[in-house]
Write a protein that binds this ligand. Structure first.
Ligand SMILES: Cc1cc2nc3c(=O)[nH]c(=O)nc-3n(C[C@H](O)[C@H](O)[C@H](O)COP(=O)(O)OP(=O)(O)OC[C@H]3O[C@@H](n4cnc5c(N)ncnc54)[C@H](O)[C@@H]3O)c2cc1C
Length: 385
């Protein structure tokens, strides 16, 4: 972290102690194979998370974005892997923004008690992830029955969570305006017409994903989260927090790769010399450290712009998401190079980091979509007439 407040120092140390105890290499390998964390680990996380309170109402645990990013970064560093906590925080953020507290307080209470988020998030669709507004999953009224139809992909925990938080277009809205009408529905996953098929990813294995189809699924009106005003605009704003979490995770993992690379560079000898003394290896280590510093500064700037609602927040967040995942992947890539053949084995931590980091160049808005967001804002920023 670039600069952290005094109370955040305490947060950092507590989560570091927890992370270093729990995320041993053996445990991480096992939980990667299991595609998830055991109950006692997520429960311990929740207990720690809610033992701190940095908002006006401390009952919500760590509410500031900077504290939560700090936790995601540190735990990703300890594990050298993508962990599910960032998705939990993002799901809770969406529920909070799209509903009244009285309606969904039970979701957070359940999370606090168990550390398990009760819902999977269903936003992306097979025919378009980048173009979110081209969403085709929709609700409509047929013979007085409220029906959900559509397909979703990359639904986190889609096979297991007891509820699904589904983003759907309101097909009954006769005047959607400039943007299609978007609503979120918190629906039980055992409704008739819902089918989930697992997605076999090449990384980020502790977060299992599924494709889900909704065929003629009958809904109750009370499943609809009541605060849908601002639909897509609101979703895009919350996505900025999601982008901070995925960058925080990338930075944590890149830091872990750096630590492994340095340890190897110090211990491995070739031609009778420590490999860390070869100029080309020194150059890789130096460039890796440059990237780590840059990544942290970009993330700190993005967090600040969100927390202060800076006029340039959209640009600052897009620049962070454009830069950080790729830079983190490059750090992991160089770390793999320094570890040589050992780095390319399944058992090396660096190879898992390499795979996990790569996914973040696609998740939460691809590298290219960040250019699409940033470039017009840059043109405006430097416009002279
Ligand atoms: C590890 C991982 C985790 C994920 N987690 C989630 C999740 O939790 N929830 C969720 O809903 N989704 C999730 N996703 C899905 C992710 O959001 C989408 O994969 C992503 O938005 C890209 O959409 P797409 O795959 O449909 O690609 P497409 O949108 O079809 O894009 C394909 C390619 O075209 C490029 N492209 C598209 N439009 C443009 C343009 N205008 N200009 C230039 N290039 C363009 C893209 O950059 C990409 O390279 C995850 C994906 C990954 C890999």
């Amino acid at each position: 972290m670039v600069c952290i407040a005094e109370n955040q120092e305490k947060v950092l140390l507590s989560f570091r102690t927890f992370g270093e105890e729990v995320f041993t290499p053996e445990n991480v390998s096992q939980w990667t194979r299991d595609q998830g964390l055991p109950d006692e680990v997520v429960k311990r996380f929740a207990d720690l998370y809610y033992s701190f309170g940095d908002g006006a109402d401390s009952s919500h645990g760590l509410t500031s974005l900077s504290s939560r990013a700090l936790v995601v970064e540190e735990l990703s560093r300890c594990a050298g892997a993508t962990l599910p906590f960032q998705n939990d925080m993002f799901n809770l953020e969406i529920i909070e923004a799209f509903s009244e507290e009285s309606e969904t307080a039970w979701v957070e209470e359940e999370y606090r008690q168990t550390g398990r988020i009760i819902c999977a998030l269903a936003v992306s669709e097979p025919h378009g992830g980048s173009d979110t507004m081209a969403m085709q999953t929709y609700t409509h009224t047929v013979d007085g029955r409220l029906i959900l139809d559509g397909r979703k992909t990359y639904v986190n925990n889609g096979e297991y969570a007891p509820y699904i938080l589904v983003a759907a277009i309101d097909g009954d809205d006769p005047n959607p305006g400039k943007y299609p009408s978007l609503a979120f529905w918190l629906i039980p996953r055992n409704l008739e017409g819902i089918k989930a098929v697992p997605i076999t990813k090449i990384g980020q294995s502790m977060m299992p994903f599924a494709s889900i189809s909704f065929d003629n699924v009958e809904l109750k009106p009370e499943y609809r989260l009541s605060n849908s005003v601002g639909g897509f605009r609101k979703l895009f704003r919350i996505l900025e927090c999601g982008r901070v979490f995925s960058c925080a995770s990338s930075i944590g993992m890149a830091q872990a790769a750096m630590e492994d690379a340095v340890a190897y560079a110090q211990s491995r000898k070739a031609f009778g010399v420590q490999i860390g003394r070869f100029q080309q290896v020194e150059q890789m280590l130096t460039d890796m450290e440059v990237r780590l510093m840059n990544m942290r500064m970009m993330m700190a700037a993005a967090i600040r712009s969100i927390e202060t609602d800076d006029p340039e927040r959209r640009l600052t967040v897009a620049l962070m998401k454009r830069y950080v995942p790729r830079a983190a992947f490059e750090v992991a890539d160089d770390a793999m190079q320094i570890l040589g053949g050992v780095g390319y084995t399944e058992n090396s931590r660096v190879s898992r980091i390499w795979q996990d980091c790569r996914g973040n160049q696609i998740a939460e808005g691809t590298d290219q979509i960040m250019v699409r967001i940033a470039a017009p804002l840059i043109m405006d920023k430097y416009r002279t007439n």
